[in-house]
Design a protein around this ligand. Structure first.
Ligand code: AMP
Length: 291
């Protein structure tokens, strides 16, 4: 496994691999790796001959300085995990390599970027869309693998690829969870013991909503209220939003006809956690079974 920090060297490696006829997959990460990231690597290996993982804590997607400063950084550990996972290249550039002095060019996926998390984290998705476009431009992968854990991010990347006519296939990867249901996240390491116990309320809220939908509930507000109640029952948790939205457009779903995504953002102390679940309406899931 090679670690490359330089943009030109990364591009040269990719072009050489492509000349040899290899299909390249990219797994973008910010490091602080866990089993969720490694599941993306596994999926990437199924879609390509060579896998590149980027490890880059992207400054432009942080809306709070303390979050950026305190973000877990341990490249040696990440390199070890990625080597064990059978990666070909770790691309770990310095910020100055990705953002040349005075860079003023950004990618903005309008509409989708101001909803859900975008409404609470100004500029976040502009930073994400910009860095992912740069990674696609530098590495020129055939496939990009992104987790459904960041559902809105995945929807934005799909849109970006479509809108900019990029030749990258986007593959979504299911959420990997801890045994108690908490979605794995690099930020979970910030939780203290009571906070870690409290954080289970997110998956509990999603399960409450899912149960309600399985029982035949279609009303968006009722479904959201069930999730909200599960968060509010946890004294250490503070709800930012619980929204049932359309799976592509991410706009609110008032009556669930077929399916919808329930998306949550919750603060546990100073740590902001997100999670989501695709919900399938009872009639729609029964129809699917009989088809
Ligand atoms: P991050 O390092 O947090 O920027 O995440 C890098 C990639 O890993 C993104 O595509 C995330 O959606 C994905 N990811 C993070 N946590 C999980 C998880 N628990 N399950 C699946 N994918 C994840």
């Amino acid at each position: 496994m090679r670690t490359i920090q330089n943009v030109q060297a990364m591009r040269a490696w990719s072009r050489e691999a492509r000349k040899e006829g290899a299909r390249i997959a990219l797994v973008p990460t910010m490091g602080g790796l866990h089993a969720g990231h490694l599941s993306l690597v596994e999926i990437a290996r199924r879609h390509a001959d060579r896998v590149v993982a980027s490890v880059f804590v992207n400054p432009t997607q942080f809306d709070r300085d303390d979050d950026f400063a305190g973000y877990p950084r341990d490249l040696a550990r990440d390199q070890r995990l990625l080597a064990e996972a059978g990666i070909d290249v770790v691309f770990a550039p310095k910020p100055a390599a990705v953002y040349p002095e005075g860079a003023v060019t950004f990618v903005d996926v309008e509409d989708l970027s101001v909803l859900l998390c975008g409404a609470h984290r100004p500029g976040h998705f502009r930073g994400v869309a910009t860095v992912v476009t740069k990674l696609f431009t530098i590495i020129e992968p055939d496939v990009g693998v992104f987790g459904e854990k960041d559902y809105q991010q995945l929807a934005i990347i799909r849109r970006l690829v479509r809108d900019l006519c990029l030749a990258v296939e986007i593959v979504g990867a299911p959420i990997v969870r801890e045994a108690d249901g908490l979605a794995m996240s690099s930020r979970n390491t910030h939780l203290d013991t009571p906070g870690r116990a409290a954080a289970v309320c997110l998956s509990r809220a999603l399960l409450a909503a899912e149960t309600l939908v399985a029982d035949g509930e279609h009303d968006g507000a009722t479904i959201e209220a069930a999730a909200r109640a599960a968060i509010e029952a946890e004294p250490l948790a503070k709800l930012e939003y619980a929204s049932l939205v359309d799976a592509e457009a991410l706009v609110p779903v008032t009556t669930m006809i077929d399916r919808g995504v329930l998306a949550l953002a919750v603060w546990v102390g100073k740590t902001r956690l997100i999670d989501n679940q695709m919900l399938v309406a009872k009639a729609a899931s029964a129809e699917r079974r009989s088809a």
